[in-house]
Design a protein around this ligand. Sequence first.
Ligand code: UDX
Length: 454
Amino acid sequence: MATNSHIIAIPFPLQGHINPMVQLCNRLISKGIRVTLVTTFSISKTLQNRTDENTINIETVPDIDSTVNGGDENLDIYEVFIRNFRASITNGVPDIIRKHSSSGHHVKAVVYDSVIPWCLDIAKGNGLRGAVLFTQPCTVCSIFYHLHEGNLEISSDEVGFEVSLPGMPVMGLKDLPTLVYDMNSYPSLLRLLVEQFSTFENADWRLFNTFDKLEDEILKWMSNKYPIRTIGPTVPSMYADKRLKGNYDYGLSLFKPSTESCFQWLETKEDRSVIYVSFGSLADLTEKQMEELAWGLVETKRNFLWVVRETEQCKIPKDFVSERGLIVNWCTQLEVLSHRSVGCFFTHGGWNSTLEALCLGVALVVMPQWTDQTTNAKLIADVWRNGVRVKCDPNGIVSREEVVACVNEVMEGESGDVIRRNAVKWKEMAVEAVSEGGSSDTNIAEFAEEILRT
Ligand code: UDX
C-alpha cells in the first residue's frame, strides 16, 4: 500500500542505467514508497509502454540535444550529452519536487545514478536526502575509486603489467575497464566514472546493484570506507524464481522487441541447444569482427538466436545465410534467457546482461567491448567461473575458430559441466539474496523504512 513517502528517481538516460533504476523503483514501491522517475521526454514515451503507470509516476524534462555544444568544439559527444542532460535536470527537477510536495506526497529523497553525482546538489538544495545508485559491480566501482583517490598508476605497456588491489583478483591491464587504459576512449567518460565518487561520502545512502556473496571481499573493503548497501541483482526475481513473482517490470526497451518470432522459433529447439547472442544497447562491432562472429556461429553447427540492433545490421556479411540461426533486432532478453532451449549466452559482458544470466543460471561466453565489460569478463572467467572469456588476435579480432572453441567449451564436455554447475550455484545465491529476508531484500526494506521515517 503506497504511503505519502515519495522519492524522485533520476537514472542516467541510457538503457543499461535505466533498467536497474526502474527495477529498484519497483522494489521500493513494493515496500510502500511512492516513486516519480524523471527522464527525457522521448525515453518517457518508451517507458510508459513498459511500466504500469500505477507503479511508477513519470515526469519529463526536455530531450537532450547532442548537437548543442555551446560553441565549444572541443567537447566530445558524451561531454555534450552529459552537459545538456545536466542542464535539463537542474532546470526541471526543482519544479517537479515542488509540484509533488504541494500535492501532499512529501518528497523525501532523490535516488540518482552514480555517474550524475551533481543530482545530490539538487537534492540538498531542496532540503532532501540523497541516495546514490551504482549500476556497475563494486569491483569496477572500486577501480575508479582508487583512481579518484590517486593511488592507482596505470602503465600503457601491457606486457607484465599487473595490479593487486584490496578485495580484488590480481588484474592485468586488459582486465581493467577499457576507459582506464585505452587512450582512444572518450576521456570525458573516464572523468565521469572517476568523479562519481565526488558525492560518495556526502550521500545519505550508497546503493550497489550487486549482492553480498558475489563480491564479498571487495564489498567488505568498501564497507570499511563508508556504509554501503547491496540491493541487487535488481533483475526481477520472478524470472529467477517463480516463488517471487511480483509486479516487476524489468525496465524498458529503447528498441522495439521482435518477440513473437523469437519464441515461436525457440519452441522448436531442443533443451539447452541454442546459443543466445547479444551485445547490449551500445556496442558497435567492426565489420571484420561481425564477419568472424557470423561465420563462427555457423561453424558451431548449433542453433543461435542473434540480436543485431538495426543500426548494426549493415555490418552482417552480405552473403551470410544460416538455416540454424535467427537474427532479430531486439528481444525481451529476460524471457529469452529463461527459455529451456537456451544453452549459453554469448555476451559483451554488460553488467545487466551479466546479472540476468547469473540470476537465471545461464552459462556465458564473454566477448567484452568497452567500459566495465573487460573487468566483468575477468570476474566471470577467473573468479565466478560461470563462463569463459574469448581471446583476441593481435589485431583485437576474435576469430571464427575462437568463437567455435569457446562455445564448445561451455556447451559440452567436462569444462562445460563445471561451468554449468557454477552457473546454477550463483543463481541459487542470487535468488537467496533477493528473496524475502535475503541480504539484498533486507537492505532494500531497511532503506525504504528509513525513507518512510524521514
Ligand atoms: C551499458 C554498458 O555498455 C555496460 O557495460 C554497463 O555495464 C551498463 O551500461 P549495455 O551495453 O546496454 O549497458 O549492456 P547491459 O548492461 O547488458 O544492458 C542491456 C540491457 O538491455 C539488459 O537489461 C538486457 O536485458 C536488455 N536487452 C538487451 C534486451 O532487453 N533485449 C535485447 O535484445 C538486448
